[in-house]
Design a protein around this ligand. Structure first.
Ligand code: AMP
Length: 404
């Protein structure tokens, strides 16, 4: 399968070649022809599957470059995602001559005002800032021909839906809709049925399954020894270009500090950090100035760094879905990667939820040469990935399951 028979015009194929893509990913192969036909498309795919190019390439073939834009609007939940999508669109625009702009919150208005006034064909936006700019009458959406809702499930989770609805109300009713979501919850399906017209659904593997090329390892450890074990694993196993996930912002800062105290260059990235701090932390990992980035789930989906070799779950996430998203930061676009989870005694229930979700039991490992001075609990090796029937007495959990 090559890009040649998807219906893309020569200028788009040039862009594809310049980006170094030789073969379309499954979501690109399935979605691009439908988008080019003008159909509404629902794409069930997580980040890392090549979904950005799956909508950017065909939409840039379809929308014209002319005054009165934007003609295409991409709404996405986080600044990081917005910047990534803009990056792909700018690459393509070198060959199609579209004017691309991105707007997101947390930064000054002036550069964004100017960009919009200069004229835009393809606009990438986070919901809050876009709504602001609409209210200030800087952004005019009356000529939008294609609306992309990226990571719809995340936008719902993050409470952005009221803003997104206002944005949908401001674009012409006659338009093409593309909606991408890692999960298809009933809430997402409701939005699909109320917003889209006879959509075709394209799906990459079952969305809940982690990418097969990721080796997943669990290291049982006492709660108090997690930091020591992390330092040990990073040093002994030569972990490089690693993203470590923690449950809270506070823990992210603390873990980054412990790593630095142990001579491991690291930076923290979470929702409390300013846009420029987050960007500079990401750049540091990309350029190899730091070995480890410590992050919380809020930013997990937005991280796009090539060749992340390891993802470490310092804390298991609150939901199995977040586990899938976290480990998806490695093994991107067909590469292999390793996901390591540090399992404290109070996290066994969360591990079970993950195993049930992904349909397999994860391998437990000992860290060779590590002094396990604190008691740890190793999960029963006989366990299966089926949900056990819970009795009334075993239903208490060490930590809340409900997200946010
Ligand atoms: P995405 O799922 O859009 O975040 O893309 C994940 C990563 O895959 C990005 O780093 C892309 O540059 C890369 N990618 C997307 N499409 C292809 C392709 N057809 N071949 C190789 N890499 C790709």
């Amino acid at each position: 399968m090559s890009f040649d028979n998807l219906g893309l015009e020569p200028r788009l194929l040039e862009a594809v070649a310049a980006m170094g893509y030789t073969r379309p990913t499954p979501i690109q192969r399935d979605a691009i022809p439908f988008v080019l036909e003008g159909r509404d498309v629902v794409g069930c795919a997580q980040t890392g599957t090549g979904k950005t190019a799956a909508f950017v390439l065909p939409l840039m073939q379809r929308v014209p470059t002319k005054p009165g834009g934007p003609r295409a609007l991409v709404v996405t939940p986080t600044r990081e995602l917005a910047l990534q999508i803009e990056g792909v669109a700018l690459e393509v625009a070198k060959h199609t001559k579209h004017r691309v702009a991105v707007v997101y919150g947390g930064v000054g208005y002036e550069p964004q005002n100017k960009a919009l006034k200069r004229g835009v064909d393809v606009l990438v936006a986070t919901p809050g800032r876009l709504l602001d700019l609409m209210e200030r009458r800087v952004a005019d959406l009356s000529n939008v021909e294609i609306l992309v809702l990226d990571e719809a499930d995340r936008m719902l989770d993050m409470g952005f839906w009221p803003q997104v609805r206002k944005i949908i109300a401001a674009v012409p009713a006659e338009r093409q809709n593309l909606l991408f979501s890692a999960t298809m919850s009933t809430d997402v399906m409701r939005i699909v049925s109320s917003t889209l017209t006879e959509p075709v659904r394209v799906e990459v593997a079952p969305s809940a399954k982690p990418i097969e090329t990721i080796e997943q390892r669990v290291y049982p450890v006492g709660t108090q020894q997690k930091a020591q074990l992390l330092v040990h694993l990073i040093k002994e196993q030569g972990l490089d270009r690693t993203i470590v996930f923690t449950r809270t912002k506070h823990r992210a800062d603390r873990v980054a500090k412990v790593l630095r105290q142990n001579g491991i260059e690291s930076a923290a990235i979470h929702g409390d950090r300013s846009q420029s701090q987050r960007q500079s932390a990401l750049d540091s990992l990309k350029r190899g100035r730091v070995r480890v980035l410590v992050a919380t789930d809020v930013v997990a989906r937005g991280i796009d760094i090539d060749d992340v070799s390891h993802v470490v779950n310092y804390d298991l996430p609150n939901t199995p879905e977040d586990y899938v998203h976290r480990i998806g930061r490695t093994a991107r676009a067909g590469k292999s990667g390793i996901a390591v989870s540090l399992l404290a005694p109070e996290e066994h229930e969360a591990l079970r939820d993950i195993e049930v979700k992904i349909g397999s039991v994860l391998d437990c490992h000992d860290a060779a040469g590590f002094d396990y001075s604190q008691q740890r609990i190793v999960p029963n090796p006989e366990r299966t990935a089926k949900r056990a029937v819970r009795t009334v007495f075993s239903s208490s959990r060490g930590r809340g399951r409900r997200r946010r």
